[in-house]
Design a protein around this ligand. Structure first.
Ligand code: ADP
Ligand code: MG
Ligand code: MG
Length: 922
């Protein structure tokens, strides 16, 4: 049904099925409402206009597509039938909300209009029917407000001010205390204001209202704040928003009504507790906007126990059904619960692990809890049975975690070694609600704009606001941390910051901000724009000054899940490490070997080493070159010894010298002088030699294995250092497994020459030492020719390691060092001012179609010659989740990446293996 624009639902049935019942058609909210309806949860009836309709609307130049009108009218009729009420009815009107809903959640980005269908007549009917004029006029004034600003573009503030003035005049603090007749007057004021500015009466025809609202939702899609949000969130490929039309239920009907938002678990810790905020006698937006300070969900058990039980049952049903933590929005009307939204909830990184672990090992409800809800008639037996067992398998739990979760787990905390607890107490200036964990230090700013400006200059900033709104997302993203005076854990600031894993404290009531003087006062202390503060988002505490931060301790759930991942994955994860320190660090992160140990870094370490290599470079006879190399030998031998020892029998791939020699030459006069003194070569001659080394295209010049082809003595020295270090280990009883790797090869004969020389040197040393020392000789594959002729190279090489940094440069003909000038244009989408040529930066995520084809070809050809050829990857891509999955599928034996990305690779490798197994089963 390609041209169907509208899908209805209600009374336990949803019209959309299969392919239609997806987020790309109905949006996240629409799918949630229909699925909840279908599984028997109490959801008010309604219908959803598809995302494709919004897309068409823009294609037509902001015009509604043909056929939509009739479909909407039919859907309204259907809804009227289900509800047993008519839109605009003067006695008992049907009221509806008009809500946006994209395929991905965009908190507060698009506007919602509530209570649509009210007009001067139906409001009277509603008042009479409910015997509650206060409620009727409260609903009407809300509708006029929302419709005027959202659909008709009037500023929000004037009506807010009128409301405020009225409360002030009456000496009233909270909205629900305003009596009906005053609310009625307020409605008249609002309508007059509307007429004054729009030069026409406030629309009375509900269908006219409805079309205005639908267009408003469509238009909000391209509003600036929505575009900024999508850009920041990197979701610019979304096509548009759906429009959800939902029968109104009323949380503002009195003391037995209310509205709230909740998570089925604590989104910060992942703990299995019901978690949320609600307000009595209020309508939805009130909680999220952080205008009134909401109540804690636990207290609902006392204020409205029946509704609380219903909500507990819904929690169990939805967690069992989706097997995921849910983020819920609900309304209670006269103690009856209505669900208005469900979606997978955003969570802190440690909560992500805790939830996955919990879901795979523990039930949601105890048997007693489940039995109680069944007995009360709220929880169907089927779901009660599911809720008393773990809902996930270990595989599914591993699939739950993504690489961002891991990355964010390493977010900083305050370094309590650097500051004592007493001192910390002294500089603590206040506390708020700990909305998003992690710590951040930076300069105080008060506007999103300022945050962006300073952050752009490289300054760390903390954005301090009364509350945040969707307009602020750019600045929120730029800030290191966010602090707000109002709002709960489900406020805009908290939800957005949580999505990014950004430290955030909300609801800090003691915080008194003065935007004019650019300062705030908190518990008697004044802090000005530009002053440093530090936030501890985990504890919700605020400190004066720029405190040192450090890496946190990892939760036990992280170790368990990664251990599971290790049992599922079929490829190894190694690390790129050049020092014993890095090697040890990588082992702690779970590395199973070194996939790339670069030897040239060792030459830069100290002046002594630099001078020795420079001496080697300027030497004009073989003998003097050998003398210089002899000086380097002990350094390298020592370094290798340290690394072998740290790796204790795990394989270590050592790459021989790779960069062009000019990288090592003295760069200034003093350096030349010093070298001259040591070598006895005149400064002129040294300079001349350095100039000789100049190449116009050094990355394609005299580098890699070409150096050892022309200077075999460099090879001799390096092999000697490696093998002597290994022999030392063997003699000390330490296991070693060196893999000697020749970089940048392009030809079989080239590699054969190097390999034979390697073996001559190595075997002689091993024989002399009378030890057993197995080692491998292999090559990097980083030039397209090597990949194409991999079958020939594999006659010589015992292993391949794909150097995908160079291979990407050479395959795409893009220099990584220069691509910064134009690559962003290739990667950014058209909407962001780019050309959208690549989906990702090929230096970050492997270009699977191009470079990937060479990799696959290289593997296939290599193994056609040598069946058990060991193959890995050592470019940056080895630590990027999608690339790791590619490597698994391509049949590599291992990936290698920088130490801190090792856990990401372990997880991605496991996920690829699980997906593989699933695919094979099918
Ligand atoms: P958002 O996308 O910003 O979450 P929603 O469309 O969910 O916006 O609407 C915000 C709030 O408005 C909801 O959480 C709910 O409390 C209230 N709301 C929306 N539709 C209805 C309805 N039909 N009846 C009662 N309240 C509603
Ligand atoms: Mg919502
Ligand atoms: Mg290289």
């Amino acid at each position: 049904m390609a041209n169907k624009h509208v899908y209805s639902y209600g009374a336990g049935k949803a019209e959309a099925k299969g392919q239609e019942l997806t987020k790309n058609v109905l949006g996240g909210k629409g799918v949630g409402l229909m699925e909840m309806t279908s599984i028997g949860i109490n959801v008010p009836a309604g219908f959803t206009v598809t995302i494709q309709t919004c897309e068409e609307y823009y294609k037509l130049g902001r015009k509604l597509p043909k056929g939509l009108e009739k479909e909407v009218i039919d859907a309204v009729k259907k809804l009227e039938k289900t509800a047993g009420k008519k839109l605009g009815d003067a006695n008992d009107p049907l009221l509806i909300s008009v809500r946006s809903g994209a395929a991905r959640s965009m908190p507060g980005m698009l506007e919602t209009i509530l209570n649509l269908g009210l007009n001067d007549k139906s409001v009277e009917g509603l008042a009479k029917k409910t015997n509650n004029p206060r409620f009727a006029y409260d609903s009407y004034r809300r509708f006029i407000q929302m419709y005027s600003s959202t659909a008709m573009g009037l500023s929000k503030q004037p009506m807010e001010d009128m409301l405020h003035d009225m409360k002030h005049k009456l000496g009233i603090k909270n909205d629900p205390e305003i009596p009906a007749e005053e609310l009625k007057k307020l409605c008249d004021q609002f309508k007059a204001f509307y007429k004054q500015h729009k030069k026409e009466d406030f629309p009375q025809d509900p269908m006219k209202q409805l079309w205005g609202a639908i267009m408003a939702v469509f238009n909000s899609w391209e509003a600036e704040k929505a575009q900024t949000y999508r850009r920041v969130e990197k979701i610019t490929d979304l096509k548009g928003t759906a429009v959800n039309i939902v029968q109104m239920v009323f949380g503002n009907k009195g003391e037995n009504s209310g509205t709230g938002v909740c998570f089925t678990r604590d989104p910060n810790t992942g703990e299995n507790i019901f978690y949320g905020d609600y307000l009595i006698n209020a309508q939805g937006e009130d909680v999220v906007a952080g205008i009134r300070t909401p109540l804690k969900l636990e207290t609902l058990n006392e204020t409205m126990p029946k509704a609380y039980d219903q909500l507990c049952a819904v929690r169990a049903i939805l967690e069992s059904y989706y097997k995921e933590m849910q983020d819920l929005e609900f309304t209670i009307e006269d103690e009856k619960l209505y669900m208005l939204q469900c979606r997978t909830g955003k969570r802190s990184p440690s909560a992500a692990f805790a939830i996955a672990l919990d879901h795979a090992t523990k039930p949601l409800l105890s048997k007693a809890q489940a039995a109680d809800l069944v007995k009360k008639g709220y929880l169907p037996k089927k779901y009660a049975e599911m809720a008393v067992k773990p809902v996930l398998s270990k595989e599914e739990a591993v699939l739950r975690i993504n690489s961002d979760d891991i990355e964010r787990l390493f977010y900083p905390v305050i370094d309590t070694k650097k500051i004592s607890v007493e001192e910390l107490k002294k500089i603590k200036i206040g506390a708020g609600i700990n909305a998003v964990p992690g710590a951040a230090a930076g300069k105080v700013v008060f506007t999103a704009e300022e945050a962006e400006k300073l952050a752009h200059k490289g300054e760390p900033v903390i954005l301090v606001r009364k509350e945040t709104s969707p307009e602020d997302v750019g600045g929120m993203h730029a800030a290191k941390g966010i602090l707000t005076a109002t709002g709960g854990k489900t406020s805009h600031a908290a939800v957005v910051a949580r999505g990014w894993g950004k430290c955030c404290i909300v609801g800090c009531e003691a915080l008194n901000i003065n935007y004019e003087t650019k300062s705030f006062v908190i518990n008697g202390k004044t802090v000005k724009h530009g002053d440093y503060i530090t936030l501890d988002g985990s504890a919700g505490e605020i400190y004066l000054g720029n405190l040192s931060l450090k890496e946190p301790e990892l939760p036990a759930s992280y170790y368990t899940i990664l251990k599971w991942a290790d049992t599922f994955r079929t490829i190894n994860v190694r690390t790129n490490a050049d020092t014993p320190y890095d090697a040890q660090n990588a082992i702690n992160m779970g590395a199973e070997g070194i996939g790339l140990c670069r030897t040239e870094h060792m030459f830069f370490d100290t002046e002594e080493r630099r001078l020795a290599i420079q001496e080697m470079i300027v030497a004009d006879t073989l003998a003097s070159r050998k003398d210089a190399l002899a000086k380097l030998l002990p350094f390298q031998r020592n370094d290798f010894y340290g690394i072998f020892k740290a790796m204790n029998g795990k394989p270590v791939t050592i790459r021989l010298i790779d960069p062009p020699l000019h990288e090592f030459t003295p760069k200034d006069h003093a350096g030349v002088e010093k070298l001259s003194k040591i070598t006895g070569i005149s400064p002129e001659k040294i300079k001349h030699r350095c100039e000789q080394l100049h190449e116009s295209n050094p990355m394609l010049g005299h580098r890699g294995c070409r150096l050892c082809i022309t200077y075999p003595e460099i090879l001799d020295m390096q092999i000697t250092a490696i093998i002597e270090a290994a022999i030392k280990c063997v003699k000390e009883g330490i296991k070693v497994y060196p893999e000697i790797m020749h970089p940048l090869t392009i030809d079989r004969k080239e590699l054969r020459i190097l390999e034979q020389q390697t073996r001559v040197v190595a075997d002689a040393l091993i024989k002399q030492a009378k030890v057993k020392l197995p080692y491998l000789v292999g090559t990097m594959i980083e030039i397209p020719r090597a990949a194409l002729l991999a079958n020939e190279l594999a006659e010589v090489a015992e292993f391949f390691s794909f150097g995908t940094n160079d291979l990407t440069q050479m395959t795409l003909g893009l220099s990584r060092d220069d691509a910064g000038r134009f690559l962003p244009t290739y990667v950014a989408t058209e909407k962001d001012g780019g050309k959208g040529i690549f989906r990702d930066d090929p230096f970050q995520s492997l270009d699977q179609s191009g470079v990937g084809m060479l990799v696959k070809m290289g593997i296939e050809r290599g193994r056609s010659t040598r069946k058990n050829l060991k193959i890995g990857i050592c470019g940056e891509h080895g630590g990027e989740a999608e690339s790791v999955k590619f490597c698994h599928r391509a049949g590599m034996n291992y990936v290698s990446c920088s130490p801190y990305r090792v856990p990401i690779a372990r997880l991605a490798a496991a996920q690829a293996a699980i997906a593989d197994k699933k695919g094979k089963k099918k």
